[in-house]
Design a protein around this ligand. Sequence first.
Ligand SMILES: CC(C)(COP(=O)(O)OP(=O)(O)OC[C@H]1O[C@@H](n2cnc3c(N)ncnc32)[C@H](O)[C@@H]1OP(=O)(O)O)[C@@H](O)C(=O)NCCC(=O)NCCS
Length: 180
Amino acid sequence: MGLAPANLRSRRLVLRPMHEKDVAFTAAVLGDLEVSRRLARVPHPYTEADARAWLTEVERLRQEAVLDHFMIDLADGQAVGAIGLHAEGPDATDAEVGYWIAPAHWNKGYAREALGAVVRHAFEVRTPRLAVMHARAQRANPASIRVLLACGFTEEHDTVCHSAATGVDEPALHFTLRRA
Ligand SMILES: CC(C)(COP(=O)(O)OP(=O)(O)OC[C@H]1O[C@@H](n2cnc3c(N)ncnc32)[C@H](O)[C@@H]1OP(=O)(O)O)[C@@H](O)C(=O)NCCC(=O)NCCS
């Protein structure tokens, strides 16, 4: 059984499923090395064909109950980013969260607000409820570390994040958040 598509709302944001109309926006933002270098699986260069393949993958993984993926919109429908929960572990009640915001919208609190909405969804609404959320942030990514700490995540241990965009193994921190 797949994960049910969900729309989440927070004070300024709407989190909703990805559609074909998001391909150009996704390719433009993930094509920016300043974004992709901080992510694990996004190659560089990144094209609309890559984003379209990702849209197909998002739907496949939702049907396999592996990925909850949301585009992040402002109230007027303008997309500003994306956030996803990738389930792992034997009973799929652990998940790793990943997110990105378009650089034009950085430092407005959108990542923090979107992650807060996803945390509430994951622990209180989603079927099955998650027990633990994980995140990995490169040490060179203070903005993401700040977002995670603001949402209640705890730093657990050092790790390494391979960046597909740069080919570099980046020193990183592993964070967790457990359901209360
Ligand atoms: C990380 C990212 C999602 C943050 O998005 P955002 O919407 O700008 O985040 P927010 O505005 O919610 O919060 C950013 C926080 O970091 C702080 N910050 C930003 N740049 C910083 C820096 N260089 N040093 C220290 N803090 C910094 C901001 O002041 C803010 O903290 P505050 O709310 O306490 O003032 C965005 O930079 C991004 O998409 N980066 C590329 C992809 C990525 O890194 N994804 C996460 C992978 S783990």
